[in-house]
Design a binder for this molecule. Structure first.
Ligand SMILES: *[C@@H]1O[C@H](CO)[C@@H](O)[C@H](O)[C@H]1NC(C)=O
Ligand SMILES: *[C@@H]1O[C@H](CO)[C@@H](O)[C@H](O)[C@H]1NC(C)=O
Length: 364
């Protein structure tokens, strides 16, 4: 199978060309101990981390139009589901790898870009293949197939040995799962009559586990899997299920916590089974919950609605206008965070977990 972008978007090409100038000014924030380098970043997942792969396909889960990207390089919509950078970019930036993580399907991608990593994520995707199918986006198996194709290209560019080294030392991030719960499980009849919540969480975790082991078989050693956010406090879910006062939906938050616990247990197990791998669960639940409950503590003002539209329900093409000061907002639309909030989360997560990717086993 060959993956390529079906349509060329002149705007996208233009923006990507100008972006490459930024690479040289990216500065490492997280200091790695001597003899530890992270030469590349690879990201898999959904709209939290997609940097434009969906621009290439026919799906409503794409955002390559304003107001998305209003604060990105002077206001360029690139397919990122935020006002600016998303976690894939911010992780690459914080690790001093590059300023932005290009989508693998970006038509302007150069061979040189492959060496420091690319992004395979697709907005709307899930652990559950049904989630990706319903949204008509790249499933995790599609994303893995793209990664295999990428590895062949990298081998042609730098040879077998250098390719193995890049794969071994690079960081891989997987960020997916929210759409399975909010879209597939709760909003369609496809799964809820067959699975109760714990067994659906088990199904998701089993996909997560085999995906991580597939990545390992392809040569990746440092793999981080992001847990779920407090889904009940996302503006759209407050509106749909939180009553007139739009409270956080406890039952949804409990699903996030249940899944996160199961995911973290499973990843610990896999990590222990594979001596040369560093496979870590990365929690964002508690930090994001605290940010939502106490936005002022972190320099934000508003956390119960998003910046776009009324803030209560709009996402993607429903976003027509925006708030006056996005810096006050935790949420950009009714589902995704602002760059400012993503930056806070990514900084904390890397600070907390980077040591677990470079430590010496069995002492970690
Ligand atoms: C780093 O690696 C080099 C070559 O493998 C070795 O000579 C050196 O002692 C190492 N330094 C540290 C701080 O581990
Ligand atoms: C926007 O909000 C931020 C954060 O609350 C604040 O620092 C800034 O002064 C505000 N800007 C304007 C123009 O009001």
């Amino acid at each position: 199978m060959q993956f390529f972008c079906l349509k060329l978007f002149p705007l996208l090409i233009l923006s990507s060309v100008s972006l490459s100038f930024l690479v040289c000014i990216s500065e490492s924030v997280i200091e790695l101990p001597k003899n530890n380098t992270i030469p590349a970043l690879f990201v898999f997942g959904d709209s939290i981390v997609d940097t434009g792969n969906n621009n290439c396909i026919n799906t409503i889960a794409k955002v390559n139009y304003p107001p998305y990207g209003q604060d990105f390089m002077g206001g360029k919509p690139t397919g990122r589901f935020s006002n600016g950078k998303v976690p894939s970019d911010l992780i690459a930036e914080e690790l001093g790898i590059k300023a932005l993580l290009p989508a693998y399907l970006d038509p302007s991608l150069q061979t040189q870009d492959l060496l420091t990593g690319v992004n395979f994520a697709s907005g709307g995707a899930g652990y559950d293949p049904l989630t990706s199918d319903v949204a008509l986006v790249f499933s995790l198996s599609d994303q893995l197939a793209m990664f295999k194709e990428y590895i062949m290209k990298l081998k042609r560019a730098v040879g077998e040995e250098q390719t193995s080294k890049i794969l071994r030392e690079s960081l891989v991030i997987l960020a997916v799962g929210s759409n399975d719960i909010t879209n597939t499980y709760f909003s369609t009849p496809l799964r809820k009559f067959v699975y109760d919540i714990p067994s659906y969480a088990d199904l998701m975790v089993s996909y997560a586990s085999s995906f991580v082991q597939d990545l390992y078989k392809l040569g990746s050693h440092r793999i981080g899997v992001l847990g779920l956010p407090p889904l009940g406090c996302v503006p759209s879910q407050r509106t749909l299920k939180g009553g007139v006062s739009r409270k956080c939906v406890d039952s949804y938050n409990q699903v996030s916590q249940l899944f996160n616990k199961k995911l973290s247990d499973e990843l610990n197990l896999v990590n222990r089974k594979i001596p040369e791998a560093r496979i870590n669960y990365l929690d964002m639940y508690y930090l994001l919950l605290d940010l939502i409950h106490h936005p002022e503590k972190y320099g934000f003002g508003i956390s119960n609605i998003g910046c776009c539209g009324t803030g209560t329900i709009e996402v993607a093409f429903l976003c027509k206008y925006t708030c006056s000061n996005v810096s006050e907002y935790v949420f950009w639309d009714s589902f995704h965070l602002t760059e400012k909030a993503y930056r806070l989360l990514v900084g904390q997560i890397l600070k907390q977990y980077m040591k677990d990717f470079i430590c010496e086993k069995p002492f970690c």
